[in-house]
Write a protein that binds this ligand. Structure first.
Ligand code: SAM
Length: 405
């Protein structure tokens, strides 16, 4: 079979590309990465450094004419999730409620207007998408699913925690895989649930069967009416949509192989630069930030008094478990509740190096070398666990070949 041609949107430093290349059978024919509001385009520069400048596009995706995106079989991308509300962009023609959020409609535009829309899509986002927005839980996903139906796609989705499948990071993300309906060769929603790409890639057991939902095709009406009175999202952590019919359920992971722990990915202490060590005098502050709190606080602006409480985080991070989620603020010396802190001897404490953060995402060592350390951490906070994409990539080539026959 010829390689499947890939367009990688919101490419960051290329996590999707790495995963698909490891799976084999893919060729990236277009990649797009642009960091809004930055003169220096660090992520795009790293991408070019690693993969070459051919077919790479460092422009705002919203400004790219669809004819400039070459024909491709698979469109992939982890689209930015900050602040989004997909449906509000429908009501508000300018769609600027949370500027990054409207990027879903850029994916939509490419699928809608491309002369040869791709056979498949693989998208990644945070699992909050299942239940957003707060006042109308699940509406945003419903709008996405219905709009993909309108564009001629069937969809599978699943929330996957990489650590549940033996990978080194507890990173829970939602993956959405789409197939053009004419390639489904009669596969129903029931069959797709058990024999789709995600079902093949990530073994599971069914925990709870959810409702089946027939979506409205009219996006405005759907957006206005969906789950108006519901407190909970009707969507489980797994589901499919075929011809507007959604089947959803909660599944739990089944993994019999080994686990990878934070301890497994650490560099030898002799290779860790001194800058990552936490000076003794700062440990108190780190302990305080990581610790449980119940305290009275005041808003300095207006003196408003309130009670603040939060639970304790493990300090240092346990070496016999997978790492926690890498966040974009993981880099830099300043003490923080969310940064990993490790200690191999129980006496000296340190932060994680850029290489260790790359390993938590299963990137090659020094993939992001050449950028300042805080940027390298930022890239890894934005990126994904490459092993997840590799598994999806393998299952997708099988699914695709089956559709070809
Ligand atoms: C969640 S990250 C995806 C990271 C990627 N999967 C990786 O492995 O590095 C989203 C990316 O979209 C980029 N982005 C945001 N707005 C964009 C736009 N308007 N056009 C193109 N890229 C954009 C961000 O700079 C960021 O790198």
């Amino acid at each position: 079979m010829p390689a499947l041609r890939v367009a990688e949107l919101f490419a960051g430093v290329g996590g999707f590309r790495l995963g698909l290349e490891q799976a084999g059978g893919y060729q990236v024919v277009y990649s797009n990465q642009w960091e809004p509001g930055r003169r220096k385009q660090h992520a795009s520069a790293i991408y070019v450094q690693r993969f070459g400048a051919d077919h790479h596009d460092n422009r705002d995706i919203a400004s790219v004419p669809v004819e400039e995106v070459p024909d491709h079989d698979v469109l992939v991308g982890g689209f930015p999730c900050q602040d989004y509300s997909v449906a509000s962009t429908l009501r508000n023609a300018r769609g600027l409620v949370g500027r990054k959020g409207v990027l879903w409609w850029q994916i939509h535009r490419l699928l809608r207007d491309h002369p040869h829309p791709p056979a498949h899509l693989v998208l990644e986002n945070v699992d909050r998408l299942l239940s957003s927005p707060a006042g109308q839980r699940g509406r945003d996903l419903a709008v996405m699913l219905s709009s993909l139906w309108g564009l001629g796609y069937a969809v599978e989705w699943r929330v996957i925690n990489a650590a549940d499948y033996g990978m080194p990071q507890r990173r829970r993300r939602m993956f959405l895989v789409g197939h053009r309906i004419e390639r489904m060769s009669g596969m129903t929603a029931e069959l797709l649930q058990d024999h789709g790409v995600l079902a093949g890639a990530f073994p599971f057991a069914v925990k709870r069967q959810g409702p089946s939902i027939q979506l409205e095709a009219d996006l405005r009406k759907l957006s206005d009416r969906f789950n108006r009175d519901g407190r909970r999202s009707p969507f489980g952590n797994a589901g499919v949509m075929v011809n507007g019919l959604v089947l959803t359920r909660d599944v739990s992971p089944v993994h019999t192989g080994p686990a990878t722990t934070l301890g497994d990915i650490l560099q030898p202490e002799k290779d860790v630069p001194a800058a990552f060590r936490i000076p003794r005098g700062e440990l108190k502050r780190w302990r305080y930030l990581k610790g449980a709190k119940r305290e009275a606080r005041k808003v300095s602006r207006n003196g408003f008094a309130y009670h603040y409480s939060e639970g304790a985080m493990a300090f240092p991070d346990p070496l016999d478990k997978p790492g926690r989620t890498v966040v974009t603020g993981e880099g830099g010396k300043a003490p923080s509740r969310f940064k990993h802190v490790v200690s191999v001897d129980g006496k000296r404490f340190r932060r994680l190096t850029p290489i260790e953060l790359e390993r938590l995402n299963m990137f090659p060592d020094d993939h992001t070398a050449g950028s300042p350390d805080t940027w390298r951490a930022f890239f890894m906070g934005n990126a994904l666990v490459v092993g997840i994409v590799e598994r999806i990539g393998r299952a997708l080539t099988v699914f695709h070949d089956h559709g070809e026959r």
